[in-house]
Design a binder for this molecule. Structure first.
Ligand code: ATP
Length: 513
C-alpha cells in the first residue's frame, strides 16, 4: 500500500468489508455522495464525537452545549448571507460533460507544483545525507523559491477574482495555466458560473400555504440565533462558547473522494463569544488548542499543517484551516474563523431584536465578536481511518491487516475469546464479557480458530483480545493480547478492567493536551 491511490482504494473497500461505511441506499445502486455508517462505523463516529465534546464542553467550564433543529426560519439564511453568497464557482468541460469547481481545478494545479517541491526536497536529502537542513534548503534553493512564487501569485489572483466576483478572470486563469479536464484531458471549457449549494424544501400541508425552507448548510446559525437564550438562561459571561454537533447539507458540485465531500454530513462546531478587539488573541488561542486536540490522538505531527486563507469569507477577518495529510494529499480538516460581529449584527438587523451583552466591567452593551472552530465529523473519521489502516508483514512472512486506531476511539475496546467452545470456557468468557461491558464497549467471539479471531479484531481496530483457556478456570487468569505489538501477557481477571481503562479512557488521552 505504498502508492497513495492504492491506499485510498483499500480504505474504501476495508470500510465496507468490515461494516464501517456503506453507500447510502446501495440496493438501489446508491445515492451519490451520501453514505451510511455500519455497525463498527457508528461506534467509531460516536467515539470521535464524544472525544470532541469532552474536550470542548466537558473540560471547558465556559463552553456549553446546544442541540438546535435542522430546520430554521428562512430569514436566517438571508441574514447569514447564504442565500446571496453561499455559492461555488462551477465550470463544465464541453467534451467530457463533466462538472468541476473552478477554484478546485486551480488549487489542484498548485498542489501539483507542491509535489514538485517535495520531489526537490527528497532529491536534496539524498544528495546531502545527514548534513541536510530542510528549512535552509526551502529558504534558499532557487527552484523551490520559484515554485513558491508561482503558487502564491496564482492563489492571490484566484482569491482576488473570487472576491470581486470576476468569474471571467477565473476562466482566464484556467486557460492561461492550460488546465485540462483531469479525466479527458480536454481544455474545452464553458464560462464559470455561480451555483448555490443550499438544498430547498417545503414546510406545510397545502401548496398555497407551504413555506420555502432550506436544510441547514452549517450548524453555526443555530448557535447564533440562540445566543441570547443561552447567555441569559445560563448566565454566561463573556468570553464563553456554545458548541454543537449535527447534520448539515450542501449540494456539492463535485462530490468525490468518498466521505471527504458529502452532500449530507455532520459538523462539530463551537462559537466562542468575545469582546471586540480581542479577536486576534482568541484566534491564536483556538488555533493552538485545536491543533493540540488533534495531536493528542498521536497520529503524527507531520500529518498536520495550517493553511492561512488568502480569500476570506464575507464574514471573516482572519481564517485558517488545519489541513491533514489524507491519502490524496493535504486537505482541509477543520476551519478556525474569526467571524467578527457579522452574524449577530445581521440577525439583529433582520430580526429587529438586540443580540448584545452587557459588560459590567465596561458598563456598556456591545455585540460580541465570534471565534469559530468548525470540523467535519465525517472528514475526521476519514482522517483517523485512513491513517490507521496498515498492512504488516509478520516474522513468518505472512501479513496482517491492522486498523491501528487510537484506542480511545476504537469501536470495541476488547474482545473476549474462549480458546475452545467446550469445557466451560465459553461460560467463563461470557461472564467476563458481561462484567466488562458495564464499563466498555466489548465484543464476544467464539467462532473459528483463535488466530483468525485475532485477525478479525486487528482489522476493526480492537486494542485488546482476552483469551480464556483451561488454566483460566483453575487460576482466574487470562491471556491479554495487545493489538499493535501482538504481545501476550498473563493477567488476573480481576485486573482486566483497570488495565483496559488505562489505555482507553479519554482522560489519559486528553491529558496530553
Ligand atoms: P471545503 O473548502 O472543503 O468545501 P469549507 O471551507 O466550505 O470546506 P466550512 O464551511 O468551513 O468548509 O465547514 C467546516 C468543516 O466542515 C470543514 O472543515 C469540513 O471538515 C467539513 N465539511 C464541509 N463541507 C463538507 C462536505 N461537503 N462533506 C464533509 N465535510 C464537510
Amino acid at each position: 500500500m505504498n502508492n497513495p491511490q492504492d491506499l485510498f482504494k483499500k480504505v474504501i473497500s476495508h470500510a465496507k468489508e468490515y461494516g464501517f461505511v456503506f453507500q447510502s441506499s446501495e440496493i438501489y445502486d446508491g445515492l451519490s455522495a451520501v453514505y451510511d455508517y455500519g455497525q463498527n462505523g457508528a461506534e467509531l463516529k460516536k467515539n470521535i464525537r464524544d472525544y470532541w465534546w469532552k474536550a470542548m464542553v466537558q473540560m471547558n467550564s465556559n463552553i456549553v452545549g446546544l442541540d438546535a433543529a435542522i430546520f430554521m426560519h428562512p430569514t436566517t439564511w438571508k441574514a447569514s448571507g447564504h442565500i446571496d453568497a453561499f455559492n461555488d464557482p462551477l465550470i463544465d468541460n464541453k467534451d467530457s460533460k463533466k462538472r468541476y469547481r473552478a477554484d478546485v481545478l486551480v488549487e489542484d494545479y498548485c498542489a501539483k507544483i507542491e509535489q514538485k517541491i517535495e520531489k526537490e526536497v527528497k532529491k536534496a536529502k539524498k544528495r546531502f545525507g545527514d548534513a541536510f537542513d530542510k528549512a535552509e534548503f526551502m529558504a534558499t534553493n532557487a527552484r523551490v523559491l520559484g515554485y513558491y512564487k508561482k503558487i502564491n501569485s496564482i492563489l492571490k489572483r484566484l482569491g482576488k477574482s473570487l472576491e470581486n466576483e470576476d468569474l471571467a478572470d477565473v476562466k482566464a486563469l484556467i486557460e492561461e495555466l492550460e488546465i485540462a479536464d483531469p479525466i479527458s484531458g480536454s481544455r474545452n471549457w464553458t464560462d464559470v458560473k455561480q451555483f448555490n449549494l443550499m438544498f430547498g424544501t417545503k414546510l406545510g400541508a397545502s401548496a398555497e400555504s407551504a413555506m420555502d425552507l432550506y436544510l441547514r448548510p452549517e450548524t453555526a446559525q443555530g448557535i447564533f440565533v440562540n445566543f441570547l437564550n443561552v447567555q441569559k438562561t445560563g448566565r454566561m459571561k463573556i468570553p464563553f462558547g456554545i458548541a454543537q454537533t449535527g447534520k448539515a447539507f450542501r449540494n456539492e458540485i463535485v462530490a468525490r473522494q468518498f466521505i471527504f465531500r458529502m452532500r449530507e454530513f455532520e459538523q462539530m462546531e463551537m462559537q466562542f463569544f468575545i469582546k471586540p478587539g480581542t479577536q486576534k488573541k482568541w484566534y491564536e488561542h483556538w488555533k493552538e488548542a485545536r491543533l493540540k486536540w488533534h495531536l493528542s490522538l498521536g497520529m503524527g505531527a507531520d500529518n498536520y499543517r495550517f493553511h492561512d486563507h488568502e480569500k476570506l469569507a464575507h464574514y471573516a477577518d482572519a481564517a485558517a484551516d488545519i489541513e491533514f495529510k489524507f491519502p490524496f494529499g493535504f486537505k482541509e480538516l477543520e476551519g478556525i474563523h474569526s467571524r467578527t460581529d457579522f452574524d449577530l449584527s445581521q440577525h439583529e438587523k433582520y430580526a429587529g431584536k438586540k443580540l448584545q451583552f452587557f459588560d459590567p466591567e465596561e458598563n456598556k452593551n456591545y455585540v460580541p465578536y465570534v471565534l469559530e472552530t468548525s470540523i467535519g465529523l465525517d472528514r475526521m473519521f476519514l482522517a483517523v481511518f485512513s491513517n490507521s489502516l496498515k498492512e504488516e508483514t509478520l516474522e513468518n512472512n505472512s501479513s496482517r491487516t491492522l486498523l491501528k486506531l487510537p484506542a480511545v476511539l476504537a469501536p470495541y475496546k476488547a474482545a473476549v475469546l474462549p480458546l475452545v467452545k467446550k469445557d466451560g470456557l465459553p461460560e467463563l468468557a461470557k461472564n467476563i464479557f458481561k462484567e466488562l461491558r458495564w464499563d466498555f464497549s466489548v465484543i464476544y467471539d467464539e467462532k473459528d480458530a483463535v488466530g483468525r479471531r485475532y485477525r478479525r479484531q486487528d482489522a476493526i481496530g480492537t486494542p485488546f483480545c482476552i483469551t480464556v483457556d483451561h488454566k483460566s478456570i483453575e487460576d482466574k487468569t487470562v491471556t491479554l493480547r495487545q493489538r499493535d505489538s501482538m504481545e501476550q501477557t498473563r493477567v488476573k481477571i480481576n485486573d482486566l478492567s483497570k488495565i483496559i481503562n488505562k489505555e482507553v479512557a479519554a482522560k489519559h488521552w486528553l491529558k496530553r493536551l
